[in-house]
Design a protein around this ligand. Structure first.
Ligand code: GLN
Length: 559
């Protein structure tokens, strides 16, 4: 007879769920709070991922105007996602995928196609249970892989919005099904200060918690955004009226940088509170020394440079979120404060580049779509190429560098991208045949991670320290290989190539301190504790440029 002891029985590992909801107003930083909680749980040795549910009807944010929704973040598997996924990846040093971002549009799309296939056997398809069941399936999908100890789910929108209701209901059902030690709710809210009354006010928070309770959900933790200390009395008042434990009222005071947030939350023992509620015990001691080392460097720079960011969405910082964060990571690594001067590409032309770019130590020309502002980008590139100022071009930025080179060095004065000028005689940037065929099927972009081989000894190869890399893409057009020989013999080298398709992924000028353009988006792979090598190399080049005493204006006299 076989005898079992308790220790022989292997219980399936239960994935724990943390739901992050938001109350009172949007833009409270749910993504940063969710990411910070993730960092703290990771520091205990737990495997964590984060997913976001967005309550809009678009199937994904790929078609949303950056003015509406900020940057569209791209994952390795080619999903076009919400920019909060960028925070998740940067904070947790993880890679996310399509499964990490679900929208109401996607949920409905799935349910409606199932209905068309007859999957509901003639039943009336309704928000409850069909939409909520699909939401629940999506929420549990990553957890069912068994790869994670904890899944954090951020619910977009604000509690009380009509669109949020099916999500709140799904979380209510899941909490009940999984049990209160396997699923908890963290509610992020705002405690405003009324200057006339000289008082912090809890009423909006009470109302938003009441709204949650009306839908059958009570928060396990309350994270309160505030611009000043809450104090014990305020916390006990909030606890009493919002039905949470007193130690579960956490203050999220305005921080100097988003990277302070994990530390500020840890000081209030948020991770111990969460671990206790989820019955996760005997874990390793928290280790966030790498994070703290990053913060120390970030806050104590030895030097300072200024980089010009040339783009057409510069009024909205969120449009270039990942690029801005990548500079923070790279700057901290090099103990250099990187200030960014946003420069609207539409304001630039041949005549005013000297004035507009004065004092800069490097210029990054941003990604983008469409004709608007392209000539300004090209003017900026001509200026930095001729004046040997460090240049970094990303996606459209790289394409503009090739156009500029074709026009002003190769003498093809009307060279252009087919995207901007369909009838151009010199389509130096063009849509590839294979891509045109894909267009008819609807998927028009090259999206997600592709391999890239680098030329040994090139600037880009030295930056990576490797000859084969993988980077993420989001574009339709490519450098036209029919012109490649001509481009290379005129002095712009293709130093990165896709080994499968032969498409050019990176170009650089040899006779220049640092002039690199990449067809891919390196900014999506920069991490707090692992800055991206290309951003590090570019910042280094700008630091050298500065220390050689050659800021833009001085340089101008030389050439
Ligand atoms: N508009 C260009 C293309 O589609 C570049 C896109 C980008 O910068 N992401 O190829």
């Amino acid at each position: 007879m076989i005898r079992f002891t308790i220790s022989d029985i292997r219980l399936p590992k239960m994935t724990k769920y943390i739901f992050v909801t938001g109350g009172v107003t949007s833009s409270l930083g749910k993504g940063i709070v969710a990411s910070s909680i993730g960092v703290l749980l990771q520091s205990r040795g737990l495997k964590v991922t984060i997913q976001k549910f967005d309550p809009y009807i678009n199937v994904d944010p790929g078609t949303l105007n950056p003015y509406e929704h900020g940057e569209c973040y791209v994952t390795d598997d080619g999903a076009e996602t919400d920019l909060d996924l960028g925070h998740y990846e940067r904070f947790l040093n993880i890679s996310t995928s399509q499964a990490n971002n679900v929208t109401t549009g996607r949920v409905y799309q799935t349910v409606i196609s199932k209905e068309r296939e007859g999957a509901y056997l003639g039943k009336t398809v309704q928000v409850i249970p069909h939409i909520t069941d699909e939401i629940k399936r999506c929420i549990l999908q990553l957890g069912s892989s068994g790869d994670y100890d904890v899944i954090i789910t951020e619910l977009g929108g604000t509690v009380g919005d009509i669109e949020s209701l099916p999500y709140v209901e799904s979380v209510r059902q899941l909490k009940w099904e999984l049990g209160s030690t396997n699923a908890i709710v963290v509610h992020l809210t705002l405690i405003p200060y009324l200057s006339t009354a000289k008082e912090l006010k809890t009423k909006p928070t009470q109302h938003s918690v009441k709204e949650l309770s009306r839908n059958g959900l009570t928060p396990d933790l309350l994270v309160c955004r505030t611009d000043r200390k809450l104090g014990r009395d305020m916390c006990s008042k909030l606890a009493r009226f919002c039905n949470v434990d007193q130690n579960s009222v956490i203050e999220a005071i305005d921080a100097a940088t988003i990277y302070d947030v994990p530390i500020l939350l840890q000081e209030q023992q948020i991770e111990q509170i969460i671990l206790a509620k989820l019955r996760l015990s005997s874990l390793q001691k928290s280790d966030i020394s790498e994070w703290k080392a990053f913060l120390k460097k970030l806050k104590n720079p030895d030097t300072h440079i200024e980089i010009g960011l040339v783009g057409k969405y510069i009024e909205l910082q969120d449009a270039y979120k990942s690029i801005l964060e990548s500079f923070i990571h790279a700057g901290a690594r090099l103990r250099c404060r990187v200030s960014i001067r946003p420069i609207h590409s539409e304001d630039l032309d041949q005549e005013n580049t000297t004035e507009k770019l004065a004092g800069l130590h490097g210029i990054l020309v941003a990604p983008g779509f469409g004709n608007r502002g392209v000539e300004g980008k090209i003017a900026a590139i001509r200026y930095v190429r001729e004046n040997k100022i460090p240049f970094f071009g990303i996606c459209l930025g790289m394409q503009c560098a090739v156009i500029e080179f074709a026009r002003n060095v190769m003498g093809l004065s009307t060279a252009h991208s087919r995207e901007m000028e369909p009838e151009t005689a010199y389509p130096i940037i063009d849509m590839m045949e294979e891509q045109k065929n894909i267009t008819t099927k609807g998927g028009t972009m090259r999206l997600g991670a592709y391999d890239c081989d680098l030329v040994a000894g090139s600037k880009i190869q030295k930056a990576y320290g490797s000859t084969s890399i993988q980077e993420r893409h989001r574009h339709r057009y490519e450098l036209n290989n029919q012109f490649l020989e001509q481009i290379e013999s005129a002095g712009l080298s293709a130093t990165g190539t896709n080994p499968q398709s032969g498409l050019v992924e990176a170009v650089e000028l040899e006779d220049h301190p640092w002039f690199v353009g990449v067809q891919f988006h390196p900014e999506f792979k920069s991490r707090v504790t692992k800055p991206h090598p290309l951003f590090v190399a570019f910042v280094k080049a700008a630091m050298n440029f500065k220390s050689n005493g050659s800021e833009v204006r001085k340089n101008q006299e030389q050439y």
